[in-house]
Design a protein around this ligand. Structure first.
Ligand code: CMC
Length: 392
């Protein structure tokens, strides 16, 4: 079968062609379907970007109304699916709960099993976009022992999600408009990032012609890892540790440089960006504004800024071209909004969902798609003769 080239982490291997997202890591450029992330952050919103990523064009007003209307109508979960949450321990981490619940959607919508049935893939698309925030809010409610709230379809996606998460049945819940706007923006900034670990996982699973729910569930599990989506929670754990142990920032950075116990500066570095992550610039501005209003006394923001400044002027980080990535400041914003640390990666999953869906659909419709099946370089024993158990 000829020679194969070893490429750990596929750092130099393009696994597909894609027309969805463009990144220039040297220049710090990110565009969805050609539109600069800065313009989308300023002028668009999460659901419009979902449409753009999935269907390739910005929607007209009529298309947008139809799309958002369909999503509103599918937010409700089947009553039997609600009971699913009772099977998990009370302190279950919400990411595996979410991945399991998404996987279970295949059992409720068995017509979704054929990935080439276009109307059904479209219906699964709408169902996932509509139901993931409901599933996420229920995972949270379960963890704090509160009853589930039904979605209120008069509200927008983010407001509905905030209400189902933080609202209580007997009380009126008015989402803070600044919080809703900031969360919408964070979802938009996470919406796609080409062949990252979870998206590549979605494509890999989907390349075996698994359905959309199964493929997205696999993506959620990949995202859970601390080097990927789990980094947003790991950053906050790191900042809290610095705060409670009183270790000074310069000392912490020295520890990271020594690579003792594999300690990394979480929220720093990126496989593609060798420059400031353009999303991090926008997130930092949002963090400044929102934390000043909601949590002005949070000592962690000061520690984060100190860490950033120390790292950016340190030779170790300069030589390796390590900059803050999108998740260096997001955890601080989520914390100010009232989300517990365990929930941060779930928020990333809601944001990344349209990207996973867009890539799945692009892959299924691409005639060049083949089942994902990398090769390996074998390093094990050469041939040897078997000895029976009694003779070993
Ligand atoms: N702290 C300290 N050193 C680092 C860090 C860091 N955060 N990131 C990379 N390095 C060092 C690494 O030790 C290596 O040094 P050397 O050449 O001396 O061995 C060099 O920089 C190159 O690192 P790498 O591990 O080969 O880079 P990679 O492209 O394989 O990894 C990464 C990218 C994001 C996994 C890594 O930078 C990292 O672990 N960062 C911390 C976790 C994190 O913030 N992840 C979120 C990424 S953005 C959101 C997302 O898309 O998920």
């Amino acid at each position: 079968t000829g020679a194969v080239t070893l490429d750990p982490g596929f750092a130099n291997t393009a696994s597909c062609s894609s027309a969805i997202t463009y990144i220039d890591g040297e220049a710090g450029i990110l565009r969805y379907r050609g539109y600069p992330i800065e313009q989308l952050a300023e002028q668009s919103n999460f659901l419009e970007v979902c449409y753009l990523l999935i269907y390739g064009q910005l929607p007209t007003a009529a298309q947008y109304a139809e799309f958002t209307g369909k999503i509103s109508r599918h937010t409700l979960l089947h009553e039997d699916l609600k009971r699913f949450f009772d099977g998990f321990p009370r302190d279950a981490h919400p990411m595996p709960v979410l991945a399991s619940a998404v996987s279970a959607l295949s059992t409720f919508y068995q017509a979704s099993l054929n990935p080439f049935d276009e109307p059904n893939v479209d219906l699964s698309t709408v169902r996932l976009l509509a139901k993931l925030p409901t599933l996420a809010a229920y995972a949270y409610k379960k963890s704090i022992g509160q009853p589930f709230l039904y979605p209120d379809n008069a509200l927008g996606l983010v407001e509905n999600f905030l209400r189902m998460t933080f609202g209580l049945p007997a009380e009126q819940y008015e989402p803070d408009p600044d919080v809703a706007r900031a969360l919408d923006l964070l979802f938009l900034l996470h919406a796609d990032h080409e062949q990252n670990c979870s998206t590549s996982t979605v494509r890999m699973v989907g390349s075996a012609q698994a359905n959309l729910f199964a493929s997205v569930s696999a993506g959620i599990n990949a995202l859970f890892g601390p080097l990927h989506g789990g980094a947003n929670a790991a950053v906050l754990d790191m900042l809290e540790e610095i705060n409670t142990t009183g270790v000074d920032v310069a000392q912490f950075v020295r520890k990271v440089k020594g690579q003792h116990d594999g300690v990394r500066l979480m929220g720093f570095g990126h496989r593609v960006y060798r420059h400031y992550d353009p999303r991090a610039t926008i997130v930092k501005r949002t963090a400044d504004a929102l934390i000043a209003r909601l949590a002005p006394d949070d000592p962690l923001l000061g520690i984060a800024k100190d860490l950033e400044e120390t790292a950016l002027s340190d030779d170790y980080f300069i030589e390796r071209r390590l900059y803050p990535n999108v998740d260096f400041y997001t955890g601080l914003i989520y914390r100010a909004m009232g989300f517990p640390t365990d929930f941060f990666t779930v928020l990333f999953a809601i944001g990344r969902l349209p990207g996973w869906i867009a890539h799945y659909r692009e892959m299924i419709n691409d005639p060049a798609t083949k089942i994902g099946r990398p090769r390996q370089v074998y390093t094990g024993a050469t041939v040897r003769d078997f000895t029976p158990l009694g003779e070993r």
